[in-house]
Write a protein that binds this ligand. Structure first.
Ligand code: ATP
Ligand code: MG
Ligand code: MG
Length: 553
C-alpha cells in the first residue's frame, strides 16, 4: 500500500516498490564530508533522507564521506553527529565511513584494471585537463591509455606502496574520450596524497575520487535510493558505469534541487572563510546558517524540520526567502515560549504618588496563547524602567506611547500618566520621567476597564536583572553568492551591522531561574535564548527573531 507521494522522489519510490525493483526496500543515506559543520542546506538533505526511511519503514545510514584526507577532521565528525541527533534523527547502528571501504575499493579497482577498464596515467593535471577537450571538441587519448594490464597492476600497486610523489600519476577509468559527457572522458578515479587521514593515518597514500568512491560505498551498504543535489546530474552516467562495470549492487542516484536562502551563504568553503578570517566568532556564531549556529541562536529542531517540510523537494533550483525560516520559529515558539518583560534600552520612570517603600507582587500570565503555562508574579514599585523608544517629548499625532500629559497602561499593572520630564542640564538628554498612577486601574481588578491605547512593558528598578542582549541581522546584504559566477568577493557583501550588542538591558526577576538554551518571548521585543556566554553576574540573550513576520505566502 504505497504512501501518498509528497514529491517526485516518492513517486519514483512508489514505482520501484510496485515493480519490486529493490525487493520493496527503501534504504537511503546521508553522506556528509567531515570537512566543516553542517548547515541548513544539509538539514534539508537530512530531513529528506531520514524522512523517507521513516515514511517507508526503511533505513537511513549516516556515512562520512571521508576520502579527502587533507581537509577532514574528527572535530567535524563529532559536530555532524551532534547536529543530526539534535535535529531528531537516529542512524541507530548504521554509522559508516567511506574510509572503512578503502581496502574493498582497492580490491575492486584491481579487478577493474584486470578487466582492462582502468589505467595508470602519467600526464600532469594540467595535461589531463587539456586532453579532456571541451563540449564542442572531442577529447584526445592519453599516451598511457593502452598500457598493458600487467603494467597497470604493477604501477597501481606501487602507487599504493608510496613509491611515487603526489601528483605524478593517477588511475583513470577507461571509458570514452569522445563522450559528449565530459565526466565520461576517462575520469580520474584514484590520486596520490601523502597526507595523514584522520582515521586511517598513514595506512594509505592513494585515495579514491568522490565520483568513484561514492557509488561503491552506496553499493556496499545496499543503498537503494542515493539522493544528491542537482550538480551531480551529469555525473550519474559515471555512477552507473562504475557499478555496472564492477558488477556490484546497482544503487540508483536521484538528484534534487539544493536549498538556497536569501541573504545567506551556505557552502562550507565560504563558511570556513568567515570563521578563519574572523568575521564571525566561530562555526556556531548565532549569525551562521550552520545547524550549530541556529541552535545557539535559539532555533528549535521542530522549527527547522517544519521549514524543510514546507520548502518541499523539487527538481529545479530556486531561492527560498529566509523569512520563511523565521516564520517557522515564530510559529513554534508562539505557544511554547513564556512571555517575560525585558527592557532593552531603559528609561527611568518614577511614579510620584506610589508609596516609597511599597513592593506589590502582580500576577502575570505566562503565555496568553497557552493558558496551561500558568502565571507568575512580577514586582511593581515606585521606580520602574520602560523603553526609551516608548517615550517622546514631542510626539507626532497618533503616538500612543508615553508623552507629556498622556496616559498608557503598564502591562499587568496600572495606568500611568506622564507629569514631568527631567533632563540633563548639560546634554539636554532625558534622564527620567515622572508619572502618577491611578490606583483604580490595576489589571485584573474589577475597575480595570478604563481603556487607553498604549500598553507598555516595564520592569521594577530594584528587582530587575541586568543583562546583555545581542541583536542580529543578516550576514549578507544581498544574494550574491547564490549566483554561479560571483562578480564580487562575497566578503564585500557582508553586512557590517549584523551584530548589535546592548549591555544595559533590564529583565524582570523571574528570569533568574533560566538555564542555558531556554527561550522566551520578551514582550514586544521578540524571541530570545539564553546564550552560553552568560555568567552569574551577567546573563546574555540572543535575539532569535523579532516579532514582526515578514513572510508573505
Ligand atoms: P557544501 O557545498 O555546502 O560544502 P557539500 O555538498 O559539499 O556542501 P557534503 O558534506 O558533501 O557537503 O554534503 C552532504 C549532503 O548534503 C550531500 O548529499 C549534499 O547533496 C547535501 N547538501 C549539501 N548542501 C545542500 C543544500 N544546500 N541543499 C540540500 N542538500 C545539500
Ligand atoms: Mg561534497
Ligand atoms: Mg562542497
Amino acid at each position: 500500500n504505497p504512501a501518498t507521494p509528497a514529491n517526485f522522489i516518492e513517486i519514483m519510490i512508489n514505482e520501484d516498490i510496485k515493480t519490486g525493483k529493490y525487493d520493496k526496500r527503501v534504504h537511503t543515506r546521508f553522506p556528509p564530508e567531515p570537512n566543516g559543520y553542517l548547515h541548513i542546506g544539509h538539514a534539508k538533505s537530512i530531513c529528506l533522507n531520514f524522512g523517507l526511511a521513516l515514511k517507508y519503514g526503511g533505513k537511513c545510514n549516516l556515512r562520512f564521506d571521508d576520502t579527502n584526507p587533507t581537509k577532514e577532521d574528527v572535530e567535524y565528525v563529532d559536530s555532524i553527529q551532534e547536529d543530526v541527533k539534535w535535529l531528531g534523527f537516529d542512524w541507530e547502528d548504521r554509522k559508516f565511513y567511506a574510509s572503512d571501504y578503502f581496502e574493498k575499493i582497492y580490491e575492486l579497482t584491481v579487478e577493474l584494471i584486470k578487466k582492462g577498464k582502468a589505467y595508470v596515467c602519467d600526464l600532469t593535471a594540467e595535461e589531463i585537463r587539456q586532453y579532456r577537450g571541451t563540449l564542442t571538441e572531442a577529447g584526445k587519448e592519453s599516451p598511457y591509455r593502452n598500457r598493458s594490464v600487467e603494467e597497470n597492476l604493477d604501477l597501481f600497486e606501487r602507487m599504493r606502496t608510496g613509491e611515487f610523489p603526489e601528483g605524478s600519476r593517477v588511475l583513470r577509468a577507461k571509458i570514452d574520450m569522445a563522450s559528449p559527457n565530459l565526466n565520461m572522458r576517462d575520469p580520474v578515479i584514484y590520486r596520490i596524497v601523502h597526507g595523514k587521514h584522520h582515521r586511517t593515518g598513514d595506512a594509505w597514500c592513494i585515495y579514491p575520487m568522490y565520483d568513484y568512491a561514492h557509488p561503491i560505498s552506496d553499493s556496499i551498504e545496499g543503498i537503494t535510493h542515493s539522493i544528491c543535489t542537482l550538480e551531480f546530474e551529469d555525473h550519474r552516467p559515471l555512477y552507473d558505469w562504475t557499478l555496472a562495470t564492477l558488477g556490484i549492487y546497482q544503487s540508483q542516484q536521484i538528484e534534487f534541487a539544493r536549498l538556497n536562502l536569501t541573504n545567506t551563504i551556505m557552502s562550507k568553503r565560504y563558511l570556513r572563510r568567515l570563521v578563519e578570517e574572523g568575521y564571525v566568532s566561530g562555526w556556531d556564531d548565532p549569525r551562521m546558517p550552520t545547524i550549530s549556529g541556529l541552535r545557539r541562536r535559539g532555533f528549535t529542531p521542530e522549527s527547522i524540520r517544519d521549514f524543510c517540510d514546507r520548502i518541499g523537494v523539487a527538481k529545479s533550483n530556486s531561492l527560498v526567502d529566509v523569512a520563511l525560516l523565521e516564520h517557522c520559529i515564530r510559529e513554534d515558539l508562539n505557544t511554547k515560549a513564556p512571555r517575560v518583560m525585558g527592557v532593552l534600552k531603559p528609561l527611568k520612570v518614577i511614579i510620584d504618588n506610589y508609596p516609597q517603600d511599597k513592593v506589590e507582587e502582580l500576577e502575570a500570565e505566562n503565555n496568553p496563547e497557552n493558558p496551561e503555562m500558568g502565571s507568575r508574579t512580577m514586582p511593581f514599585s515606585r521606580e520602574i524602567y520602560i523603553e526609551q523608544d516608548d517615550f517622546m517629548e514631542d510626539p507626532p499625532k497618533k503616538y500612543f506611547r508615553l508623552s507629556p500629559g498622556k496616559e498608557v497602561r503598564l502591562k499587568h499593572a496600572y495606568i500611568i500618566k506622564c507629569e514631568q520630564v527631567i533632563k540633563d542640564e548639560q546634554s539636554g538628554e532625558i534622564v527620567e520621567v515622572h508619572c502618577s498612577y491611578d490606583p483604580d486601574t490595576k489589571s485584573g481588578s474589577g475597575n480595570a476597564n478604563r481603556k487607553v491605547k498604549g500598553v507598555l512593558h516595564w520592569v521594577s528598578a530594584a528587582q530587575a536583572v541586568k543583562a546583555e542582549v545581542r541583536l542580529y541581522d543578516y550576514l549578507l546584504t544581498d544574494n550574491q553568492e547564490q549566483e554561479e559566477e560571483a562578480v564580487k568577493d562575497f566578503v564585500e557583501t557582508l553586512n557590517p551591522d549584523s551584530l548589535e550588542v546592548l549591555s544595559n538591558c533590564l529583565i524582570e526577576p523571574s528570569i533568574k531561574t533560566a538555564k542555558m538554551g531556554d527561550r522566551f518571548q520578551f514582550m514586544r521585543n521578540g524571541y530570545f535564548c539564553l546564550d552560553r556566554d552568560s555568567t552569574l553576574q551577567l546573563p546574555v540573550f540572543n535575539r532569535i527573531v523579532s516579532l514582526k513576520d515578514s513572510w508573505a505566502k
